[in-house]
Design a protein around this ligand. Structure first.
Ligand code: ZN
Length: 233
């Protein structure tokens, strides 16, 4: 059976924006889901609404395929996690060797809620921007974890629940390139202007690659990827 509908995990960041464009090229019916877990960079949540509105304007063909947006309140996740993304805490490495920005269980919870919403909405696939390639080493971004989660949802919901991760093996430069391939300069400009990546939620400093503090690990990655992509293009 060909899968024609999908629910995209859309955070308001660069990666999930590219995933959304990827899904809109591939599926006839697409909806989006986002999560408020009291992230420090909650500016991301405002960006996602603006990005969705401007995407509809700029790409009428995609707008026809793009349905409802679901924003889920997961404040409880912020309550149980003590991390640099949910508390005023320095961004570095924890004793586990993982970055202090790692929110334990985050993607597992996100995907489970996404599975539930997709079930209710009759959407067949889940699409997420998880990626193994870059620095983070988040264990819940590994393809193995995603495969296990897909199996869990397929069993637990008693229907096939594939999870597509188009960025899994791409680096940030390749992610910019994919955005360009999917939606050209119009999409790249929209990603630069209206998506948010910076861990500190900085929207006051503007760079060629978008807004951000320019020095946190997320900004560095986004900026370096941009420079590499522009350099090799
Ligand atoms: Zn930053």
């Amino acid at each position: 059976m060909t899968i024609t509908s999908a629910l995209v995990l859309f955070s308001g960041g660069q990666d999930s924006a590219v995933c959304l464009a990827w899904a809109l090229r591939r599926f006839e019916r697409v909806e989006t889901i986002g999560f408020d877990y009291r992230q420090r960079h909650s500016v991301e949540l405002r960006c996602r609404t603006v990005f969705l509105a401007k995407l509809r304007e700029a790409f009428p063909g995609w707008a026809a395929r793009l349905g409802e947006d679901h924003l889920i309140d997961l404040g409880v996740l912020g309550e149980v996690s003590d991390t640099a993304l949910t508390r005023e805490q320095e961004i570095g490495f924890a004793a586990s060797g993982l970055p202090s920005t790692f929110v334990p269980g985050r993607n597992l919870v996100f995907l489970t809620f996404a599975g539930a919403v997709a079930y209710r909405r009759g959407l067949r696939a889940l699409v997420g921007g998880m990626c193994e390639t870059d620095f983070s080493g988040y264990p819940d971004c590994r393809r193995d974890t995603i495969d296990a989660t897909s199996t869990m949802l397929t069993l637990g919901l008693d229907r096939p629940t594939p999870i597509e991760t188009p960025l899994m093996y791409l680096d940030k430069a390749q992610t910019w390139a994919l955005g360009d391939e999917l939606g050209g300069t119009r999409l790249v400009d929209l990603i630069v202007e209206e998506t948010h990546t910076c861990y500190l939620g900085d929207r006051t400093h503007q760079h060629a690659w978008g807004y951000g503090c320019g020095t946190c690990p997320a900004c560095e990655l986004r900026g370096r990827g941009w420079e590499t992509w522009r350099g090799v293009r």
